[in-house]
Design a protein around this ligand. Structure first.
Ligand code: ADP
Ligand code: MG
Ligand code: MG
Length: 249
């Protein structure tokens, strides 16, 4: 279970998160929506331990362990995974090698044996096939020359291989066509179970049709201003954020 209490964070001394309270029980998928610039990506970065973000108040624990005190690698070993809004390109780094290195680091931390190149490729090809990704994306350099949608799918492939306990997906649906959207949603749904939870940051109700969330939260100006069931996303799709912005002001 992820428990966030009074979390505040700043970047370059500019306060971005202003007291976030959020609980995501094991087995649940929660959606985070909200206008551009409200702090959604910042929340993901702070939880995954990205540098530059200063936590100024509050706490975030995962299964009782203080996340904010851990190095990013330790957070990953504890089962946390972040799919970036803007996946980075790594020229000269082979995608399959990159994914295998990431997976083997996690496997070592779990006390599992490492996979050799042949074992890994077998697994990766099977997962890539499920995500309708062509095999050659494994042979290419990480995200180099990938289309927006291919980059997002590569993030979901990484997630499928690492099998995190808590996944944060930051606008993984942006730039995807309708078919790819369903494939990404299916990729997340395939991981759903009592030991998996997810925070899904999205602007689109359409993703949530495939990936029905247990809860929907609206982040506005660094605070969660409304929480509800899946119907909240439908309401926002119809009415926009105007009412919530007016209420907050
Ligand atoms: P969202 O993901 O909800 O669109 P972000 O978390 O990316 O919002 O950004 C929240 C706010 O933080 C925005 O106002 C953005 O301009 C600001 N911000 C993000 N990164 C920096 C930075 N490096 N320096 C200054 N401000 C930043
Ligand atoms: Mg944004
Ligand atoms: Mg963002």
């Amino acid at each position: 279970m992820l428990e966030i209490r009074g979390l505040a964070a700043a970047i370059n001394e500019k306060p971005i998160l202003k007291g976030i309270d959020l609980t995501v029980p094991d087995g649940e998928v929660h959606a985070i929506m909200g206008p551009n610039g409200s702090g959604k990506s910042t929340l993901g970065y702070v939880l995954s331990g990205r540098e530059d973000y200063a936590v100024t108040a509050g706490s975030a624990t995962f299964n009782g362990i203080d996340l904010l005190d851990m190095e990013p690698e330790a957070r990953a070993a504890a089962g946390l995974f972040l799919a970036f809004q803007a996946p980075i390109e790594l020229p000269g780094v082979n995608n399959a090698n990159f994914l295998r290195t990431a997976l083997n680091a996690i496997r070592r931390s779990r006390g599992e044996s490492e996979l050799d190149a042949v074992q890994f490729l077998k697994l990766a090809r099977a997962e890539a096939k499920r995500l309708a990704m062509p095999d050659d994306m494994l042979k290419r350099n990480v995200n180099v020359g990938f289309s927006g949608g291919e980059k997002k799918r590569n993030e979901v492939l990484q997630m499928a291989l690492l099998r995190p306990k808590l996944a944060i997906l930051d606008e993984t649906d942006s730039g995807l066509d309708i078919d790819a959207l369903k494939i990404v949603a299916d990729g997340v749904n395939a991981l759903r179970g009592p030991e998996f939870s997810a925070l899904v940051i999205t602007h689109h109700q359409r993703l949530l049709d495939h990936l029905v969330p247990n809860r929907v939260h609206v982040l506005l100006n660094g605070q969660i201003v409304r929480s509800g069931g899946p119907e909240l996303a439908k309401e926002l799709e119809k009415r926009g954020y105007g009412d919530l912005i007016a209420e907050a002001a």
